[in-house]
Design a protein around this ligand. Structure first.
Ligand code: SF4
Length: 506
């Protein structure tokens, strides 16, 4: 018989208080972790399904301090920032409305996964923080990123079903397309501020589009509708008209900087990564933002590698593989339909097999966690296809998967010494150090883009004045929605000059 001294209190994992159907109208679902554009569209999806939902305020420096106070000090910086963001929001609510109202009025939905890195334990950090601030009864829910339908048998206040998941995935794809348009346009806009204005209008319009999404009762009907309907592509054609009004000057020579790194850090736009994308633009670069769609494509594709290691005589395995390949075709096809609605100006998604092959001499694709081999694959893809002059990899302080990929990159650079690579460690409180490190490589990238332009101009055999004259005769090329083909240069100005030279007979 156990005595008081020997009695052990076993660990029990967090179990959220129930969130019931009846509470739905009076409860707001909090979420975050993406860009403000993606989050606005996801909010439209929630509203479409009659939920009240609100993204957490964009990450600020104060969130790092709040997170550090309450969770494990060795946690990676995205965990600290995102936990701190929830903490600060709740602290403010408790101060204004009181503890009980805060507990009753909100629930938090976060993505989760099973994996070797801290992403698989995010919720533990949230729980630790909630406990520390006396809000243990606050309700947290996990959206497993690899399951579209997690609906329980008895529906509660929050049903993570196909209708919600498909809406979120489509909001992410549309958000990516919009973000790509933003970063392709803003560096070259003739009237400062116009891109941001159009972007805001477009995000508001698309929010309405998601809010009014037609619903089907049947989950398979819903799946088929998402793949087959022209509803979202039509909406993006409306967005194209808005971007049509923006005049750009693509003869400004700017280095193209591809952003890679840990999922949250590379996606984020704010203090969490020192606003590095805006900073790069202010330093005279064009940024290639990382689409979230590449990550979803990775999740969709990776089961194929595991299945192909099994005996192919098994009919079930062959069928599963065929189904995944079919889904993948539909997924990439959908992304391309969205690109088409914007005249194919947004970038293509890289092929997952190619990323794996490029990375394979340096990093095994079964080493999962974080972005895995993709960091190597993406840097090489951008370099070898001449899509970017340099790669800036955002690595969180205390992130195990990113540290591994940086180690492997040393080998990559040994074999590809001309690859301009800026690994930036982000702690959240060492901005000057991080940005000055990036600036060193950026200086080289600027030189590269200048020499590309000089070389391209020499190939055209024309003067800059003549190129400007061709531009004046073809005003359509000055629209943000005019697609410039790739002529083998990373920087936009070099490709543009060659393109205009090809139009001289018109
Ligand atoms: S990938 Fe790195 S930074 Fe991201 S959650 Fe995992 S450990 Fe943290």
């Amino acid at each position: 018989m156990a005595t008081a001294a020997t009695q052990v209190t076993h660990y029990t994992s967090y179990k959220a208080r129930p969130f019931t159907r009846e509470q739905r109208d009076k409860t707001t679902i909090l979420f975050g972790g993406l860009t403000w554009k993606h989050e606005r569209l996801v909010q439209g999806v929630f509203n479409n399904l009659h939920y009240n939902a609100k993204p957490l305020p964009n990450i600020a420096r104060a969130d790092l301090d709040a997170g550090k106070e309450l969770i494990d000090t060795g946690a990676c910086c995205p965990t600290i920032f995102t936990t701190g963001s929830l903490v600060n929001f709740l602290k403010n609510e408790v101060a204004v409305n009181g503890k009980q109202k805060t507990l009753d009025d909100y629930v938090f939905l976060t993505a989760g996964a099973c994996g070797p890195c801290r992403f698989g334990q995010y919720h533990e950090s949230y729980e630790m923080a909630l406990d520390g601030m006396g809000l243990k009864d606050f309700r947290l829910f996990l959206l497993a990123q690899d399951q579209l339908d997690q609906a329980p048998e008895k529906p509660g206040g929050l049903e993570i079903n196909m209708h919600l998941s498909l809406g979120i995935v489509w909001a992410i794809l549309v958000g990516d397309i919009l973000t790509d348009m933003e970063y392709l346009t803003r560096p070259y806009e003739v009237n400062p501020g116009q891109t941001d204005k159009v972007l805001q209008e477009s995000a508001d319009y698309l929010f309405e589009v998601f809010q009014k999404r037609p619903l089907r009762d049947n989950k398979y009907g819903m799946l088929a509708w998402h793949f087959l309907s022209g509803y979202f592509a039509d909406a993006l054609r409306v967005v194209r008209k808005k971007f049509d009004a923006i005049e750009v000057d693509r003869l400004q020579v700017k280095p193209k900087v591809k952003i890679t790194g840990e999922f949250w850090l590379q996606t984020h736009e704010g203090d969490g990564n020192y606003n590095i994308k805006r900073w790069l633009e202010s330093e005279g670069s064009e940024v290639m933002p990382p689409p979230v769609a590449v990550w979803l494509g990775y999740l969709l594709h990776t089961p194929l590698w595991r299945l192909s290691a099994k005996p192919t005589i098994d009919r079930k395995i062959r069928m599963k593989m065929a189904m995944i390949r079919g889904l993948e075709k539909l997924y990439v096809g959908t992304y391309n339909r969205f690109r088409k609605a914007l005249a194919y100006v947004p970038h293509e998604l890289p092929d997952q097999e190619e990323l794996k092959q490029l990375a394979s001499p340096f990093f095994h694709h079964e080493l999962r966690g974080g972005e895995g081999h993709m960091l190597i694959g993406k840097a090489l893809h951008a370099h070898l296809h001449k899509h970017a002059n340099m790669t800036c990899e955002l690595s969180p302080y205390s992130c195990m998967p990113n540290t591994m990929s940086q180690g492997a990159m040393a080998n990559v650079l040994g074999r590809h010494p001309d690859l301009l690579y800026a690994p930036i460690e982000i702690k959240g409180d060492a901005e000057v150090h991080a940005l000055s490190r990036c600036q060193m490589i950026l200086t080289e990238a600027k030189k590269r883009s200048q020499s590309e332009f000089v070389e391209a101009m020499a190939k055209t055999g024309l003067t800059l004045e003549k190129i400007r004259q061709i531009e004046e005769k073809n005003p359509k090329v000055k629209k943000a929605t005019y697609r410039i083909p790739h002529y083998g240069y990373a920087s936009t100005a070099a490709n543009y000059a060659l393109h205009l030279a090809g139009m001289r007979a018109n």
